[in-house]
Design a protein around this ligand. Structure first.
Ligand code: COA
Length: 430
């Protein structure tokens, strides 16, 4: 059978597709803005036929109805990252969180830790050879499909076609459901004075020809504002957002000085608006690979002048970084933070930056603290930490004693908390 006949043969409604999922199965849902919305809606609608269906997902950008109160009979959510729509469920015990480095998630699927029964994915329409692209979410989504017993794909005409190792052939999909809804969009963040000050300090460490990894949110967006005068920047990043498109159009990001994948933006997922999705569509400058490749520290280290910029919730005076919980309350997850801090630190002339406002909760608490809150997770250890940046400056901790780290961190704390932190410092180092 040629691929067009296979496609027609496997084309079903969303309802029919999800009726093939058996109770007790582990279902992995396509990541972030790549979530197959019609399939997830159909899954939730079909709930009375399921008992104890495990839903594995990471950044959940959809409605996440499967974690709502009352759904426990049908679904159990295993979160690989906690976000707005799943936080309450995880912290109240209706869902679970599994910690782990992002680059290792495909191993969990492949090596028997989390065998995948069903992959629910969203892909582009097939090309003339019958290949659909994973588009905005390659990350763990392609590895989930590669390792699943059953692959159900939503083929969306709005999914861009990203190049790289980002394809699945129609013959490897068991059920196909057609959709034409717009992709989920993430609007650019509001950037205030604090973020601008942080962005400026971060940009001061970025030399012409550097390769960047940027996370999501106001701080990475603010950094991009201060890069307009730089030359020949490159991108090797877990994800990119709209700001990168502007810098490509302005000729700032050329990828020409990249030591690895020269000339290419390398990513594993995308999160932005239609502007970004149109930019990446069939664009030979952009290559998408599974997260097991992009985020592997051994891949990242092949870039020269690598700069990673991520954020956190708390830093203690030793430089231990908590990025994912407030005390025992799970706020997010490790994501690719440690993958990039390690890979960047191993790269020639790499700089691994953690950038954060000096305070949280409307200025009431300092993010620089003597001791992390009880129960807080150490996301990045004091052995891995490199640069910390707040709106008050830059603390370069690598290679420094605990005493000097503490002093440098107090210098970039909010002035309202410096005296208190200094008193705490004296208790530890007389
Ligand atoms: N004490 C009390 N509350 C705190 C706090 C602290 N130390 N730090 C943050 N908060 C509160 C904030 O006030 C905010 O509350 P609000 O929503 O009521 O305003 C909330 O926690 C979120 O904090 P904020 O810093 O605004 O979040 P953010 O959107 O900038 O994300 C991280 C910051 C750390 C959660 C996010 O970067 C993350 O998840 N990092 C780990 C994953 C990662 O680095 N991935 C790699 C790149 S994608």
């Amino acid at each position: 059978m040629n691929w067009k006949d296979i496609y027609k043969d496997r084309l079903v409604s969303a309802k029919e597709a999800v009726s093939n999922i058996k109770s007790g199965s582990r279902v992995v849902i396509g990541h972030a803005v790549g979530e197959p919305l019609a399939l997830v809606d159909a899954l939730v609608e079909n709930k009375k036929y399921y008992d104890n269906l495990e839903i594995v997902h990471m950044v959940a950008m959809g409605k996440s109805e499967y974690v709502k109160p009352g759904m426990e009979k049908y679904f159990r959510h295993n979160a690989l990252f906690v976000g707005n729509s799943t936080r309450e469920a995880v912290n109240s015990g209706r869902a679970d969180y599994t910690p782990g480095f992002f680059y290792e998630v495909p191993r969990l699927f492949k090596e028997g830790y989390l065998p995948v029964d069903v992959a629910l994915i969203q892909v582009s329409v097939p090309d003339k050879h019958g290949y659909c692209s994973f588009g905005v979410s390659n990350d763990y989504t392609k590895p989930a499909a590669d390792n699943a017993k059953l692959v159900i794909a939503e083929v969306n005409e709005n999914m861009p076609r990203t190049l790289g190792d980002s394809f699945i052939h129609v013959s490897d999909i068991d059920y196909i459901v057609e959709a034409s809804h717009p992709l989920i969009e993430l609007q650019p963040s509001k950037i205030g004075d604090v973020e601008k000050a942080i962005g400026k300090y971060c940009a001061s460490l970025i030399e012409d020809g550097s390769t960047l990894q940027l996370g999501i949110g106001a701080i990475p967006d603010a950094v991009l504002l201060f890069l307009k005068d730089k030359k020949d920047l490159g991108i090797h990043s877990e994800m990119i957002s709209d700001g990168v498109v502007e810098l490509v159009n302005d000729g700032v990001i050329t990828n020409k000085k990249k030591a690895f994948h020269n000339g290419k933006i390398v990513v594993t997922f995308l999160m932005g608006t239609k502007k970004l999705y149109d930019f990446v569509n069939d664009n030979p400058m952009v290559e998408s690979y599974p997260v097991s490749f992009v985020n592997d520290p051994e891949t990242i280290m092949k870039n020269n002048d690598m700069i990673s910029i991520n954020s956190c919730i708390q830093v203690d005076l030793m430089g231990q970084i908590c990025s994912e919980s407030i005390g025992i309350k799970q706020i997010s997850g490790v994501g690719g933070q440690v993958d990039f801090i390690r890979g960047t630190s191993m790269a020639k002339n790499g700089k691994a930056i953690i950038a954060m406002p000096s305070t949280a909760a409307k200025g009431k608490v300092s993010r620089i603290v003597p001791i992390l809150d009880e129960g807080a997770a150490v996301t990045t250890s004091r052995n891995d930490v490199d640069y910390i940046i707040t709106e008050y400056g830059i603390a370069h901790l690598k290679g420094k004693t605990l005493r000097d780290r503490a002093k440098d961190l107090i210098d970039i704390a909010h002035p309202d908390f410096r005296e208190y932190l200094s008193e705490e410092l004296k208790k530890r180092f007389r």
